[in-house]
Structures are given as structure tokens and as C-alpha cells.
Design a protein around this ligand. Structure first.
Ligand SMILES: NC(=O)c1ccc[n+]([C@@H]2O[C@H](COP(=O)([O-])OP(=O)(O)OC[C@H]3O[C@@H](n4cnc5c(N)ncnc54)[C@H](OP(=O)(O)O)[C@@H]3O)[C@@H](O)[C@H]2O)c1
Length: 286
């Protein structure tokens, strides 16, 4: 039976661990705040208190931590203990440059590395309906297929270079963040102009300018329901990663810079950005 270690059981890692267990894989979870991992124990999931204990003997190690620093802090010290046949599937959104760096670190310790960020938020993670956008050597693909099939409805292999998964992931998140901030702008503008913001969503509904994500996030913005699915902290991080990747590629980064500014402004006004959904960006337009 395949053993999978999941390091990081936040909003996404918890759902991914449950999807893996539901698919019949043996799952070990570790989280910095141990209580969040312990809450998952049972039904095919073992919670451990040390990342070393999680990765020992695992066939696949999944990292789903907040950012590149967290991934390197956790994985750096345990890489040597990985089984020589194990594959590290790095699923957190860390950016292209950091992915290339992490791949070099893995290679220097003889560990196979797959760049595997995901599209989809908390509910798809719980339901095994994420889309995995992966980059990595063909030799490693078969070894992670069972894991990706358990957490996702589809895997898109973008290329063989580490960073190829992230190249598509940042492209996708540029769209997701743009739609979210644009929805917030229209909700805020409607309010400022004395129009009921629900009329904005009702008027676009079903037409060519409609968008399921605008309806979802717009309804949350109007209701002031910011229970986290994709946190404001994550959106702010990703906007900065996309802005940087755009500039590094010689592209026009002003729009993403403006979006980052909106997410940062909401963060300043919002309380703890790790506890609020990115729909709280509407506060930047209040
Ligand atoms: N939510 C989404 O919709 C979504 C979708 C696709 C991709 N992603 C990406 O997936 C990753 C995880 O997102 P999430 O939504 O699950 O975030 P989250 O709920 O905020 O969880 C973050 C996780 O990272 C851990 N962590 C943070 N800093 C750490 C450090 N220095 N050392 C060790 N652990 C650390 C946290 O541990 P504690 O519990 O101890 O704080 C927690 O397990 C991020 O890269 C995010 O951008 C998220």
C-alpha cells in the first residue's frame, strides 16, 4: 500500500489528506501547530509530531505549507531521511524561482522532485476535485499518479522542468485574483454610488459577462461572510509572486501591482489576513 506524508494541514492540506485516505492510501500528517494534525487522526490517517517521523518510509511526500520559506524550513532538515525511491510532490504555491531552488536542493540530496501546485480551494481539496498543474521528469510521473488522482479530478502535466507547474499556476492565479478584485471593485462602486450591490450580480447573471467565481465571491462580499477558503494572506503572497514573475519575464506588471496594493490595503484594515477569505479585499473599496 502506498504511504503518503502530508506536511502542512491547513485549509488545503487537511482536505487533501482526507481525500488521500478516502482513496485507500496510508496517510501520515504533520503540522507545525500539532492540534490541527491531531484533529485528522483516524480513518486511515496517522498524525505524527515530527516531520521526520512523517516522511520516514513514505513513497510520496506532499508539502502544503504557506510559502517557500516554510517549505524549505520544514523539508531541508528531513530530506536525508527520505527513502531513495520516494518522490517529493511540492504542492504549495511558492513561485517559479523558489521552485527551481527547492528542486536544486532536492537534487543535491538525491530526491526526485515534482512541482505540483493545485487549482481549487478548500471544498475541492476536501472532495478530491483539485486540478494539479505539474512539472517534473517523466520517470517520476507514474510514482505520483495515485496521489494526484486521489486529490484531484485532473492532472495537467505542463512540462518537464521544475517551475513548469508554477508557470501555469501563476497564470491561473492571475485570473483568479483579478476576478476577485474586480468583483470587489464593482461591489464597492455600487455601494458608493448608492446602488444595491446585489443588482450588479443579478444583472450580469447568465449573460456573457457573468462568471461563477464573481457570483460566489460577490455574494460573500455583500454578505460580509469572510470565512476562509483562500486566505487574504495567501492572495497577497500570490499577487507578489505573480508581479515578480511578470517583471522577471519582461512583462507588464502594473495591473498585478495594483491588485497587490488592494490586497495589502484590505490586509491592513481587516484583522488577521490568515483568518479571512480573500473576499475581504472588498474592504479596500469601502
Ligand atoms: N486555500 C486555497 O484556496 C489554496 C488554493 C491553492 C493553493 N493554495 C496554496 O496552498 C498552500 C497552503 O494554503 P492553505 O490555504 O492551506 O493555507 P493555510 O490554511 O494558511 O495553512 C498554511 C499552512 O502552512 C503552515 N506554516 C506556515 N508557516 C510555517 C512555518 N514557518 N513552518 C511550518 N509550517 C508553517 C501552517 O501551519 P500552522 O497551522 O502551524 O500555522 C499551515 O499548516 C499555500 O501555498 C497556498 O497559497 C491555497
Amino acid at each position: 500500500m502506498t504511504t503518503v506524508a502530508v506536511l502542512g494541514t491547513g485549509l488545503m492540506g487537511a482536505g487533501m489528506a482526507r481525500s488521500l485516505a478516502r482513496a485507500g492510501l496510508r496517510v501520515r500528517v504533520w503540522n507545525r501547530t500539532a492540534q490541527r494534525a491531531r484533529a485528522l487522526a483516524g480513518d486511515g490517517i496517522e498524525a505524527v509530531e515530527d516531520p521526520r517521523a512523517a516522511v520516514q518510509g513514505a513513497d510520496v511526500v506532499v508539502t502544503m505549507l504557506f510559502d517557500a520559506d516554510a517549505v524549505e524550513q520544514v523539508m531541508g532538515p528531513v530530506l536525508e531521511t527520505l527513502d531513495p525511491r520516494a518522490v517529493w510532490a511540492q504542492c504549495a504555491t511558492v513561485g517559479i524561482e523558489a521552485t527551481e531552488h527547492l528542486a536544486r536542493v532536492a537534487e543535491s540530496r538525491g530526491v526526485a522532485f515534482v512541482d505540483a501546485p493545485v487549482l481549487g480551494t478548500r471544498a475541492p481539496a476536501e472532495n478530491g476535485q483539485l486540478i494539479v498543474v505539474a512539472g517534473g521528469p517523466p520517470a517520476a510521473r507514474e510514482r505520483v499518479a495515485e496521489v494526484f488522482d486521489a486529490i484531484g479530478s485532473r492532472t495537467v502535466w505542463v512540462g518537464e522542468r521544475p517551475g513548469d507547474g508554477h508557470r501555469l499556476k501563476l497564470t491561473l492565479n492571475a485570473w483568479v485574483l483579478s476576478v476577485t478584485a474586480a468583483t470587489a471593485q464593482s461591489v464597492g462602486l455600487a455601494r458608493r454610488l448608492g446602488v444595491e450591490p446585489r443588482l450588479f450580480l443579478e444583472t450580469i447573471a447568465g449573460g456573457p459577462t457573468d462568471c461563477a467565481y464573481a457570483q460566489l465571491k460577490g455574494a460573500a462580499m455583500i454578505a460580509g461572510d469572510f470565512a476562509p477558503s483562500f486566505t487574504l494572506a495567501g492572495a497577497t503572497k500570490d499577487a507578489a509572486l505573480i508581479e515578480r514573475a511578470t517583471s522577471d519575464a519582461g512583462g507588464e506588471a502594473r495591473l498585478m501591482g495594483a491588485l497587490r496594493g488592494c490586497f495589502e490595503a484590505a490586509t491592513r484594515d481587516a484583522g488577521d489576513p490568515a483568518e479571512l477569505d480573500m473576499a475581504a479585499v472588498v474592504r479596500a473599496f469601502a
